[in-house]
Design a protein around this ligand. Structure first.
Ligand SMILES: C[S@@+](CC[C@H](N)C(=O)[O-])C[C@H]1O[C@@H](n2cnc3c(N)ncnc32)[C@H](O)[C@@H]1O
Length: 396
């Protein structure tokens, strides 16, 4: 069934939000605020529905022609290609503010915005599906694939891998490059059978990593050379990583946070321990991924004690500062409880999902912390993904 709808907001996940005549909310992918649309209902629940755009009757002021030609063919890799950069910025700030108010029950300080380094060609790690041996991204909210021979948000070092690479019978591949070292790596999921890659690109199968084999790139960021293995997390670009570190460092400096003990929760390959960690006498890093812990052991100095375990299982120690950078689900009650037990007067939370930030904020507030500063760092232009750095001070 098709129906007409006006879009009045953008939701945390990036979809447009409207209301049907019967009062139910409708979510529409690829919509802009103030769009007047004809949509086909694709999902109907009691309280909400979902629709697909059939026609843009009148475009909202933030709508633009997508920069990427693959969007027309249905590629869902970047969900905000159809929004002007101003509209993306406004939506990111208002989504974060809305999440803090609605989910966190917090009236936030002004939400700051820090532009990322580049709006295109920035991603140094991408994970793509494979169809007939060639790279393909998923359609929005679908398992269907759209083949792509280039990707405008991927770093230029990936160009010939996208254009010429053949990926055999793999279902997916992770492509990872060191923007400042030229290193290039492809991990095939589950294997690299029949891969044909440009010269110099290291390849490894996920099945090999499960049996203990390893391959890594080296990236340079914030004056440090980072070993980053195929399975380890790293930020979207070295410039983005540097800006993130700078934002965290600035807040800690402004607040004269102590210098004895830093606890780096969800520490990955050691980005925070290996940079701001240098100011502290003792650093404790907690990370569950074996691959990231092995990288961190290589990347970090002897004053960092690395604990390979889930944050929830770590026995908290007293700290001056906690930096917590959890995955998309956020800290949740278990993570906030760990933070609380460190009794750290200063906490920096790095959130990669606005909804999780909102929920964690309510928990941090109940755990005795006051939100002091919140900034969106735009590390994922052309998409609805946000990276949010918030600084928290313990109430006495
Ligand atoms: C967003 S990344 C941040 C990594 C690092 N702070 C950085 O900036 O590069 C989140 C990290 O948390 C790790 N992780 C996920 N769940 C975890 C858990 N329950 N306990 C400990 N580490 C976890 C992941 O392996 C990943 O390295």
């Amino acid at each position: 069934m098709s129906t007409r709808v006006n879009i009045y907001d953008l939701a945390v996940g990036g979809e447009g939000v409207g209301r049907l005549k019967d009062g139910r909310v409708i979510f529409v992918a690829g919509a802009a605020v103030n769009d007047e649309l004809v949509v086909e209902l694709t999902e109907e629940k009691n309280r909400y529905t979902r629709g697909e755009i059939i026609e843009v009757v009148s475009p909202g002021e933030g709508r633009r022609q997508p920069l990427c030609r693959h969007v027309q063919a249905g590629c869902g890799g970047c969900d905000w290609q159809h929004l002007s950069e101003e509209a993306q910025v406004d939506a990111k700030i208002s989504t974060v503010k809305g999440a803090l108010i609605k989910l966190g029950s917090i009236e936030p300080p002004e939400v700051g915005y820090v532009a990322g380094p580049e709006s295109l060609r920035y991603r140094t790690t991408v994970r793509v599906g494979i169809e007939n041996g060639r790279p393909a991204y998923r359609r929005s909210r679908s398992n269907q694939l759209v083949q792509v021979s280039d990707c405008p948000v991927a770093h230029p070092l990936m160009d010939d891998i996208f254009a010429q690479g053949f990926f055999g019978t793999a279902n997916e591949v992770t492509i990872r490059v060191g923007a400042r070292t030229g290193d290039r790596l492809v991990m095939g999921h589950p294997n690299t059978n029949d891969f044909e890659l440009p010269e110099g690109v290291v390849q490894i199968g996920q099945n090999q990593t499960r049996r203990g084999a390893n391959a890594h790139i080296v990236e340079e960021a914030a004056g440090v050379e980072w070993q980053i293995s195929a399975r380890s997390f790293f930020q979207s670009s070295p410039e983005g990583a540097e800006m993130l570190v700078a934002l965290v460092a600035e807040w800690l400096t402004t607040h004269d946070a102590g210098e004895q003990v830093l606890v780096d929760l969800y520490s990955g390959v050691g980005l925070f321990s290996g940079t701001v960690g240098d100011w502290f006498q003792k650093v404790i890093a907690v990370e569950s991924s074996t691959s990231a812990v092995n990288d961190a052991a290589n990347n970090l100095g002897a004053h960092v004690a690395i604990h390979r375990m889930q944050v929830e299982n770590w026995i908290p120690e007293l700290a001056d500062v906690v930096i917590a950078d959890p995955p998309r689900a956020g800290l949740r009650a278990e993570g906030v409880d760990v933070v609380r037990k460190t009794q750290a007067p200063h906490v920096v939370l790095v959130s990669c999902d606005a909804g999780a930030l909102g929920r964690d904020s309510a928990l941090m507030n109940s755990a005795g912390y006051e939100l002091d500063q919140v900034d969106v760092l735009d590390m994922f232009p052309q998409t609805s993904h946000v990276e949010v750095v918030s600084g928290w001070i313990r109430r006495d």
